[in-house]
Design a binder for this molecule. Structure first.
Ligand SMILES: Nc1ncnc2c1ncn2[C@@H]1O[C@H](COP(=O)(O)OP(=O)(O)OP(=O)(O)O)[C@@H](O)[C@H]1O
Ligand SMILES: [Mg+2]
Length: 312
């Protein structure tokens, strides 16, 4: 359904998306995960034909997003980041306007609109002014807009952004329901979201694709190791190197530094509790240690580790 090859986007002097390649098969729900500024929206804007790539290609349902942009766009229901809606329209008017813009005519408009209103549970607010809607309902209207021409592919850019936990939960249920009939690419920076609904996770960081796994593979990756969290103070410049030399340590990362305290994450082989060895070394080196904590790894660690490995 989506095939992306070496897609890049450079803004003046800056690379926002750098040679990414991936594909999404029909029927999949794929999460597009990455921290702020990673390049998610830029990639999505290229896929939906809103901005041209600097290089590389993308195909939607076999159609090139540039040479066959109309055919490609017809296959996509796009819900942009911070759904732009017309505040001075009623929900029904807005969806009618959007349906016409997307080329729907006659009875089809009414039929599709009713189905979209039903699916997104916004029938009761169809006569309300958009300006009077709560954030959650605005998101639903944005989704109804994306759905109105019944596209096989939905591309949703941070659809749960700004929703409260119960709204997020019901939005998630809705997306699961939509997955029965649509292929879905959903961008988010919330890991738990992809874990709960996605078949596969693409991880993007600083414009580069650094992961393409099932949630299960990601947690398996982490199961092979455990983390020790350490808070340490010392003028010694070799803490990281010295801890790295302890047998069984896989990786040491400096997370942050505050008032002279260094917060470090130490990856060790699964279940290998090296706290004693670290404390022993600490007392030899005169390090001040105020916390050392042995932690089983979670999926989140896999993600954070992948995203941080470049910058540390
Ligand atoms: N129009 C633009 N002009 C210049 N730089 C831009 C433009 N749009 C985005 N960028 C830069 O490109 C990079 C990627 O931005 P993008 O919006 O794609 O990130 P994102 O992953 O969607 O982040 P977020 O989670 O905050 O939405 C950022 O460094 C951003 O500052
Ligand atoms: Mg974005």
């Amino acid at each position: 359904m989506i095939k992306v090859s070496n897609l890049s986007k450079k803004y003046v002097g800056k690379s926002a998306v750098d040679q990414i390649s991936f594909s999404v098969d029909q029927g999949e729900i794929v999460g597009f995960l990455g921290p702020n500024g990673a390049g998610k929206t830029t990639t999505i804007r290229m896929l939906t034909g809103y901005i041209p790539p600097t290089s590389g290609t993308a195909k939607i349902g076999g159609h090139d997003i540039f040479s066959e942009s109309l055919l490609a766009k017809q296959k996509i229901g796009y819900m942009p980041e911070n759904v732009p809606l017309y505040d001075d329209m009623r929900v029904r008017e807005y969806l009618l306007f959007r349906a016409e813009l997307k080329g729907l005519r006659g009875q089809e408009i009414k039929k599709n609109m009713n189905e979209a209103l039903e699916l997104c549970s916004i029938k009761t607010i169809k006569s309300q002014m958009i300006s009077s809607l709560s954030k959650g309902f605005r998101q639903r209207v944005g989704l109804a807009d994306a759905l109105i021409n019944k596209p096989p592919l939905l591309i949703l850019d941070e659809p749960t952004n700004g929703l409260d936990p119960s709204q997020i939960r019901s939005f998630r249920e809705l997306i699961k329901e939509l997955a029965e009939k649509h292929t879905i690419l959903i961008s988010t920076h919330i890991l738990s979201e992809v874990e709960l609904i996605c078949d596969r996770v693409l991880i993007i960081n600083e414009g580069k694709l650094i992961g393409n796994n099932t949630p299960h593979e990601l947690s398996e990756k982490m199961r092979s190791s455990t983390t020790i969290n350490l808070e340490i103070k010392s003028h010694d410049n070799n803490i990281k190197e010295d801890i790295s030399k302890i047998s069984g340590v896989k990786k040491v990362t400096l997370e942050k530094e505050e008032n002279g305290w260094k917060f470090m994450r130490i990856r060790v082989d699964y279940g290998n509790d090296l706290r004693e060895e670290i404390m022993h070394l600490g007392s030899k080196r005169d390090w001040l240690i105020r916390e050392i904590h042995f932690q089983r790894s979670k999926l989140e660690d896999a993600y954070i580790e992948m995203v941080q490995s470049k910058s540390n």
